[in-house]
Design a binder for this molecule. Sequence first.
Ligand code: HPA
Length: 283
Amino acid sequence: MSKERSAEYRQHVEEATVFVSRSVGFVPRAAVVLGSGLGSGAAAIENPVVIPYGEIPHWPLSTAPGHKGRLVAGYLKGVPVVAMQGRLHYYEGYSMREITFPVRVFGGWGTEVFFATNASGGVHYGLLPGDLVLVADHINLMGANPLFGPNEDDWGPRFPDMTLAYDKKLMALAEEVALRESVNLKRGVYIAFAGPSFETSAEIRMARVLGADLVGMSTVPEIIVARHMGMRILAVSCVANYAAGMTESPLTHQEVLDEMGRAADRLTRLVVGIVASLGEEGR
Ligand code: HPA
């Protein structure tokens, strides 16, 4: 990306940030990304201000099935929050910069916490479809990084640290809330492929050897940008299926959506509990 394109991108981010902050009127404490089949979680948000992505200047529109495409801002037990109902994926053909545009807007808006949810495949038999897993680390095998190109120094450093990307305090908080809500929450490492084809059996064997627990096609670019902007990061993944080659049957997106539908209430309860308890969190 050239310096000119980079300056234009920055201007677009700034225009979108002004638009959403004026439309919403408060600064959210957390931005929550609701992944595949999890959009219904936004229904828990009180006094919602709903902004379809199409109304936000320069906001890229998502095309994936199971993704609604709107921002919902409001409160969860008094904590100001904004939710993305529907995220963008690299496999849709957008650039890494485009899919992380919303994260730049949240960062510029002053949002402290970036909280991602997603659907994933379980890479080993210790994880079952329906399991909720706190992402403790990731492996980026997407073949690209959203920070390629000129660095905007006031957004973040050229070489941001990733060893402390997943906020330890937030992970502890999430585990506390899970206990309180009687939701089983595991921990795992998420490996991201670009997709959109599901992985091969050999790729899943490789992922297992590399130390991954979960496999998916999203989230990692957003996490990198959120880290670049100095946001505190939390990510929870819902295992939708055994990964490729682990059962006799081929993988389908419908299977993913069906499992996410079954897990949605539990995951929503967890997400609402976590965001609500940010209000009580000492830093
Ligand atoms: N692979 C990649 N992405 C996914 C999967 C999977 O098995 N399940 C849900 N998202």
